[in-house]
Design a protein around this ligand. Structure first.
Ligand SMILES: C[S@@+](CC[C@H](N)C(=O)[O-])C[C@H]1O[C@@H](n2cnc3c(N)ncnc32)[C@H](O)[C@@H]1O
Length: 173
C-alpha cells in the first residue's frame, strides 16, 4: 500500500501512528529514498523512535517528522502536519478497546487527503497461535473478527463509508 501510494503520488505525505521501529517503511527504504514522499511518525515509546530514526539515512530523515507520545494526546499535532495520502496504524488496535478504536478511526479519517487510504491491522479472533502467545509468551492482545471490526467502525458514521472499507485476512485457519 505504501509502494502504491508513492507510485501514484511521489510527493505523498504518509502518517504512521504507533510506528515502532518502522520495519514497514525500512523494508522498502531504497524505494522510499528515490521518491519525494514525506513522513510523519508517531510512537509512545521514545526508544522505538530513536532506534527507527538511527536506520534512516539523513536525506530520508530530513523528510521525516517525529512526533513522540501517546497518539491520543498527539492527535492535534498530527492533524496540523496533515492532510495525509496514507495513514498506517499497524499493530496498535490489538491494544485498544472498541471505543478507543472507533474514536481514533473517526479522528484519523478527518486527516485524510482526497483519494487517500487508512490502513490498520488487528490480530484475528481465530488466530491459531493465541494459546501459545498468551500462555508461553504472556502476550495478550485484543483479537477481533471482521464483524467486530465492522462494529468498531459503526460509530464513526459518515466519516467512514462502508462501501470504501476492505478487510483482508492475511490467513485463514
Ligand atoms: C506491535 S508494535 C507495531 C509497530 C509497527 N506499527 C508495525 O506494524 O510493525 C506496537 C507499537 O505501538 C506503540 N503504541 C502502543 N500504544 C500506543 C499509543 N497509545 N500511542 C502511540 N504508540 C503506541 C508501541 O510503543 C509499539 O511501538
Amino acid at each position: 500500500m505504501l509502494r502504491q501510494t508513492l507510485a501514484r503520488k511521489p510527493r505523498a505525505k504518509v502518517l504512521s501512528v504507533a510506528c515502532g521501529p518502522c520495519c514497514d517503511v525500512r523494508s522498502i527504504l531504497a524505494e522510499v529514498a528515490s521518491t519525494d514522499g514525506s513522513f510523519v511518525f508517531n510512537d509512545s515509546d521514545e526508544d522505538a523512535i530513536v532506534y527507527a530514526r538511527s536506520h534512516f539515512p539523513p536525506h530520508v530523515d530530513q523528510r521525516c517528522t517525529w512526533v513522540g507520545g501517546n497518539v491520543f494526546n498527539r492527535l492535534r499535532r498530527l492533524a496540523e502536519l496533515g492532510p495525509y495520502d496514507l495513514i498506517m496504524a499497524g499493530g496498535l488496535f490489538d491494544y485498544l478497546s472498541d471505543r478507543q478504536c472507533s474514536w481514533l478511526v473517526g479522528h484519523l479519517v478527518q486527516m485524510m487527503a482526497p483519494e487517500s487510504k487508512l490502513f490498520f491491522t488487528n490480530i484475528a479472533s481465530d488466530n491459531p497461535f493465541r494459546l501459545c502467545m498468551e500462555h508461553i509468551a504472556c502476550w495478550k492482545l485484543i483479537a477481533r473478527s471482521e464483524n467486530d471490526i465492522g462494529r468498531c467502525l459503526v460509530p464513526t458514521g459518515n466519516r467512514c463509508r462502508f462501501g470504501s472499507i476492505a478487510m483482508r485476512p492475511d490467513w485463514r485457519s
